[in-house]
Write a protein that binds this ligand. Structure first.
Ligand SMILES: C[S@@+](CC[C@H](N)C(=O)[O-])C[C@H]1O[C@@H](n2cnc3c(N)ncnc32)[C@H](O)[C@@H]1O
Length: 265
């Protein structure tokens, strides 16, 4: 798999910034009963595992990822948070190392957007979920980004990320598709809740944590590959990034919508 964001220190920090900034908006309403068995699929560096464990201190969480190097960082992060209810394992969503119906709940965040076969992934996850168990899926949608001041160059730079992710087999606009994907995979009682991040200068925490350190950092991260692939010239890309930073100034505004779905097997 070509992973569009790459596995590196800057991306690890970005994932942590993303998780800590969005904790309240995305995860405050996810908690699992004491004793329940939860599978977190595609845990990365454990940025969401910490929140899951804190919100459900008496659940048993198994967090898997295909990347052993991400898991190493995840283990360190969870240890330094003094959390003992999370077990990390290397594993592929498409070849899960668990018996059918092993888990009460499944949690998958910012992973389906990177997979070329998201419905098949949901099928695989459904197999290891108990009948009556729930899945929670959280995804962004880059088509939902709008801002002031408006900028065609910024739109083009964002489009580079969308295109690169597509070429890597993923879909950066998958948020809007969570309902049909879960329905196609055979889940029932599907509920999708859009969660908008709105950041202006009265919310410096969101401007820093989301507009700058999560979203703009992500677009900046694909500068070289976008230019190399001939998707955009350097100057326009850099203007786009400069314009994204302008949305973080006194009169700037940035909006983005995540989609959170829950469904039952
Ligand atoms: C954007 S990261 C998200 C990590 C974490 N869920 C978070 O929200 O911070 C996507 C993760 O999915 C993992 N991944 C991609 N394909 C996978 C697969 N087939 N099986 C397991 N993990 C996978 C990647 O290695 C990466 O760590």
């Amino acid at each position: 798999m070509t992973y569009v964001h790459g596995y590196n220190q800057a991306e690890n920090i970005r994932l942590q910034d993303q998780a800590s900034t969005l904790v309240e908006l995305l995860h405050s309403d996810t908690s699992y009963p004491a004793g329940s068995l939860v599978l977190e699929a595609g845990c990365g560096v454990g940025a969401q595992a910490v929140t899951l464990a804190r919100n459900s201190p008496h659940a048993h969480i198994t967090s898997i990822d295909i990347s052993e190097s991400s898991l190493e960082t995840a283990r360190k992060n969870i240890e330094s948070a003094s959390i003992r209810t999370v077990t990390f394992m290397q594993g592929d969503i498409f070849a899960l190392p668990f018996r059918p119906e092993s888990f009460d709940h499944i949690f998958v965040c910012f992973v389906l957007e990177h997979l070329s076969r998201p419905v098949e992934a949901l099928h695989c996850l459904k197999t290891v979920l108990k009948t009556g168990g729930t899945i929670t899926a959280v995804e962004g949608d880059h088509g939902s980004a709008f801002f002031h001041p408006d900028s065609t160059a910024a739109d083009k730079a964002i489009q580079c990320q969308v295109e690169l992710q597509k070429r890597a087999g993923g879909n950066a606009k998958i948020g809007r598709e969570l309902y049909p994907l879960l329905a196609t995979a055979g889940f029932s009682s599907i509920r999708v809740s859009p969660r908008m991040v709105y950041a202006d200068s009265s919310k410096p925490h969101l401007v820093e944590g989301f507009t700058k350190n999560t979203f703009t950092a992500m677009i900046e991260g694909v500068r070289e590959s976008s230019v190399e692939a001939g998707l955009l010239d350097k100057n326009t890309f850099d203007t786009g990034i400069r314009d994204l930073y302008k949305t973080t100034e006194k009169d700037g505004v940035f909006c983005y919508t995540f989609f959170k779905a829950t469904a039952t097997k």
